[in-house]
Structure formats: C-alpha cells, structure tokens
Design a protein around this ligand. Structure first.
Ligand code: GA4
Length: 327
C-alpha cells in the first residue's frame, strides 16, 4: 500500500510526510509496483520486513553512540575525514559545514579492517560489527534493486544489483551524529533547529538509511519546499541516488534532502550508500530508452561522476553536467 499523506504537526504550519511503505514480505509483483511508483513520485520510500536483524542494527548503533560519546581529542585521533574517517562540522573537501559529527567509511572489507585499527580500541569487534551490518544492508539493497528492476520490466533483473554486488563496489557507510542544538537558524524555515547536514542529493545508486527515534530528515519535493519525514526506527528509509536517476533515464528522481538538528535530543543516523565499482558505466538499460524517447544523459563512469561530486560543493547539482549535449 502506498500511503503518502502530508499532515500538519501540532499547530505549526510545517507539514510532514508519511512516505510510501513497502512490505518486502508481500507478493513480489505487489512490492515491485509499489517501489516503482514510490521512486517515480517521491524518490523515497520505507521498507519493513527487510530481513536485517534488529540485533545487527542495535549493535552498530551502540558502537556508533559509544564512539561519539568519547572525548573530542580521542575522536580526533581516529583518521581525520579526507573524505573517510572522523569528521566534525566539516563535510566533504570544499568547505561545507554542518552541525554534525560523523564517521565515513568505505564499505569494502579491507578498508573496514584498516579503519578499525584507528577508530576503536577493540578493532576486531568494530570490524565484525561494521561488516555484519554492511553485508546485511548490501543484501537488502540488492533485493530492492531486483524487485525494482522487475517492476521496470528490464530484461535482466540483476542489471542494477550486479553493480553493487561487485567485489570492487565503491559503497560507503556513514554514521552521522547530530548533537542537540539550542541555537536557532532563522533562514532555514525551521526556526527551532539548525541545519545539520545541508541540502544535497545522494550521488550513488541507492541509499539505505536508518535512524534512532529522533526526527531531522527533510525532503524537498519542490525547490524551496522542505517536508519533514517523521522518524521510524522500525523501517529503513530508502532513496534513489543520482546514478539510478540516470539509469532510469530520468524516470526515477534523486530527490534533494537535508538533516536538521533537534533542540533537545541527539540524533544518530546510519546510511549505506550503494555504489558500483569505479570503472562501471552508468547507462540506462534499453527498456528505459524505448524508440522515440530521448536518452537524457551521456554515458559516463562512476569514477567520472565521483570526481565531479568531490569537485563541487555539497548542494551543487552534478547531474546536470552529465545531460546529453551539456558541456
Ligand atoms: C552526500 C552523500 C554521502 O553522505 C557522501 C557525501 C560526500 C562526503 O561527505 O564526503 C559529499 C556529499 C555526499 C556530496 C558532495 C561532496 C561529496 C560531501 C561533498 C561536499 C558520502 C557522498 O557520497 O556524497
């Protein structure tokens, strides 16, 4: 069932949105139609009965909270983010700032092992917890992409999932911690909080996000409009990334979103960004470009897209640079 009903919160003029909910234990053809509709209309949806054990989520959450609770000096001893490692307020490499601290990890097993040595005083526990979580969410991302491909009618149901299943996949895990923030940001349309992670779209194929029971995520269905998404720790929030927008020839939307801080509670979110390998080509399969339908984007590799991503500011649109006939 797709339910997406904006409603007002208390007496404030802000509306929130109940994202479409997909039950992955439902009949496959039902789930596939729901996913396709949600990706076309919202670029975001939630999944339940997703198969990721609650203990696996709880273990990583506990480990993340434990890490962020350490004294600043100790956290800074972990590799400074460039882009991987521990970061505080600085996002990316071009001067973007936010009210957030984070751990950004490349999700490949060798990289997780390497980073564990710098991040934790119990590296083997850190390594196994992160690996267990990334394997589970990768499996979930693959399943969603396969159900989605079936709904789109692609000749090969694994056309998208194969890209992230690749051993050289460039997927990333991000733990974001938004400490409570009492200051106000009058420019943000939400004067009771500040921008934690600024407006952007996700560059990869698919994002699988979970958070504790504290709100903060907002999506922008239209320029300048921000709609809060209520927290739901019982579900994963899934969103279309730029690469999937390109591979569906613009049928799915990679929707801009941001995270706000909360004035009383701290928020922990954990996002898995499912990406292909660096040398993979980001191209729409034939079914997405039927005769008489223009191909909106030129072919490019993930490495090329990633380079563009890191050369720009957080909120800059990268996807427009890859439009057909764009220079
Ligand atoms: C946004 C989505 C992911 O968090 C991320 C971010 C990345 C980073 O933090 O290193 C980027 C940002 C994200 C897009 C623009 C560039 C790169 C920060 C930044 C300013 C890990 C990703 O892949 O792209």
């Amino acid at each position: 069932m797709v339910v997406a009903s904006p409603h007002s919160i208390r007496n404030e003029k802000i509306v929130s949105i109940d994202l479409p909910m997909v039950d992955l234990s439902a009949e496959r053809s039902v789930a596939s139609q729901l996913i396709v509709k949600a990706c076309e209309e919202f670029g975001f949806f939630k999944v339940i009965n997703h198969g990721v054990p609650p203990e696996t989520i709880a273990k990583l959450e506990q480990l993340g909270l434990g890490f962020f609770a350490k004294p600043v000096a100790q956290k800074k001893q972990a590799t400074p983010a460039s882009p991987f490692g521990y970061g505080c307020k600085n996002i990316g490499l071009n001067g973007d700032m936010g009210e957030v601290e984070y751990l950004l990890l490349n999700a490949s097993p060798p990289s997780i092992s390497q980073m564990s040595l710098h991040i934790s005083n119990d590296p083997s526990d850190f390594r196994s917890t992160v690996r267990e979580y990334t394997e589970a969410v990768k499996k979930l991302a693959c399943e969603i992409l396969e159900v989605m491909a079936e709904g789109l009618g692609t000749a090969d149901a694994r056309v998208f999932s194969r890209m992230i299943r690749d051993d050289d996949s460039d997927s990333v895990l991000r733990l974001n911690h938004y400490p409570p923030c009492k200051e106000r940001d009058m420019s943000s349309q939400s004067p009771s909080c500040k921008v934690g992670f600024g407006e952007h779209s996700d560059p990869q194929i698919l994002t699988i996000l979970t958070s504790n029971d504290v709100g903060g995520l907002q999506i922008s269905p239209q320029d300048g409009v921000w709609v809060p998404v209520p927290p739901d720790p019982s579900a994963f929030c899934v969103n279309v990334g730029d690469a999937l927008q390109v591979m569906t020839n613009g049928r799915f939307q990679s929707v801009r979103h941001r995270a706000m801080t909360n004035s009383h509670k701290s928020r922990l979110s954990m996002a898995y960004f499912a990406a292909p390998s660096l040398n993979a080509w980001i191209v729409a399969p034939p079914v997405m470009v039927p005769p008489n339908t223009p191909s909106l984007y030129r072919p490019f590799t993930w490495a090329e897209y990633k380079r563009a991503t890191y050369s720009l500011r957080l909120g800059d649109s990268r996807i427009r640079l890859f439009k057909q006939n764009s220079v």
